[in-house]
Design a protein around this ligand. Structure first.
Ligand code: CUA
Length: 399
């Protein structure tokens, strides 16, 4: 993206000029120095290469948005440069000079100019307007057809629940996971979204625009990704609608896989967790009794798959959404992150989390309203260090 380098160059130049200019200017105008310093600071903010950017799209919908942005940016820059050049020329060329008190020539009306400065903006606005309207329709189109991967999304304070409604095991249990969304490359994915509590907004900048997930409403968003992501670099996303204390930690990871790798992932996810029978993990399974008040997990029982914990659903506009109180943990050990894509999934972080969740992620578990399904975070259960170690062994074993 050539645009990314421009602000760096500008920032560098400003700093350079500032160095030369400071002694003279500082005496005359400390305000100017302050302004230049502020400008340099603001422009330097553009120089980073943050991964959560809409300027390096990784799919056709992201590209539609980026192309539109580029068109508007280029046109706006041309207009800005021409207007500023004309303004500066007029200020310098026609400024009042010493000893010249004569009144400038007074002009009233100029039909040719007025027609010109009406037509030019009309042409510019049309050049922006037509692609914008077409882009809005392209971006808002709901993906349809047998080849579309259907994923239902429920926003929660403060995590995301994903249900792959067409992917189920032989008992009819659908694939449910949290925060880390897996999709196949080059495939239309239709997200059907709602919220269990307040308004959230699903936003993965490299793939698509934002779309609100609203309680008691259904909204849709199409994702298409060009290429598989490296295992350690999924596309990052973020809840983009302020939704309370842990809004900033309501993140999303989108892993893009080849169709074969995606199918393997699906088969793995549809396999129930095993109930450990010995060691720390078995002791952890005893302690897990506390967790299933909110979390749920599918385990392989004596008579086949069994759901442990409470699986809840909500019905919105005739669509049944899985709406658990807390993330499904069947394949927790296989996730890269936890706490809604915020913390790397390792024993050290898990130990901190289990000892005091709100210490890691700001939450209000004292306000949990479980009968009504409103959960504002995981409480501190004052687990013993043995329980914590055993639970970690259990959860990391559930890959
Ligand atoms: Cu959910 Cu912000």
């Amino acid at each position: 993206m050539p645009l990314a380098s421009t602000p760096v160059a500008i920032a560098g130049k400003v700093k350079h000029d500032q160095k030369k200019a400071i002694p003279g200017v500082a005496r005359r105008s400390p305000r100017l120095v302050g302004l230049v310093a502020l400008l340099a600071l603001v422009l330097s903010a553009c120089s980073g290469s943050g991964p959560q950017t809409a300027l390096n799209p990784e799919g056709p919908i992201g590209r539609t948005i980026d192309d539109l942005w580029e068109l508007v940016f280029i046109l706006a820059t041309v207009v800005f440069v021409i207007v500023q050049a004309a303004l500066i020329y007029a200020i310098v060329r026609f400024r009042a000079r010493k000893g010249d008190d004569s009144e400038p020539v007074q002009v009233h009306g100029n039909t040719r100019l007025e027609i010109l400065w009406t037509i030019i903006p009309v042409v510019i606005l049309a050049a922006i307007g037509f692609p914008t309207v077409r882009g809005i329709f392209d971006v808002r189109a709901i993906a349809e057809g047998a080849d579309v991967l259907q994923v239902q999304v429920t926003g929660h304070q403060w995590w995301w629940e994903f249900e792959y409604v067409d992917l189920a095991d032989e008992t009819g249990r659908t694939l449910v996971t949290a925060n880390e969304l897996y999709i196949p490359e080059d495939t239309e994915v239709n997200l059907t979204m709602t919220s269990a509590d307040v308004i959230h907004s699903f936003w993965v900048p490299v793939l698509a625009g934002k779309r609100d997930a609203v309680p008691n409403r259904v909204s849709n968003l199409t994702l298409i990704a060009d290429n598989p992501t490296p295992p350690d670099a999924p596309h990052p996303g973020q809840c983009a609608e302020y939704c309370g204390l842990a809004h900033a930690d309501m993140r999303i990871k989108v892993h893009v896989r080849t169709q074969a790798d995606f199918d393997a992932w699906v088969a793995d996810q549809l396999t129930p967790a095993t109930i450990p029978t010995e060691g720390a993990a078995a002791a952890g399974y005893e302690a897990f009794n506390t967790c299933v008040a909110c979390h749920n997990v599918t385990v392989m029982g004596e008579n086949g798959p069994e759901d442990i914990g409470v699986v809840r659903t909500i019905e919105v506009d005739g669509v049944t959404f899985t709406s658990s109180l807390a993330p499904n943990l069947t394949h927790f050990g296989g996730r890269d992150t936890f706490g809604s894509g915020t913390f790397e999934n390792n024993a050290e972080h898990l130990a901190q989390w289990l000892a005091d969740p709100s210490e890691l992620k700001p939450m209000r578990p004292e306000l949990n309203d479980i009968p009504n399904g409103r959960i504002l975070g995981m409480p501190n259960f004052n687990l013993s260090s043995d329980d914590i170690a055993n639970l970690i062994a259990l959860l990391e074993g559930w890959e």
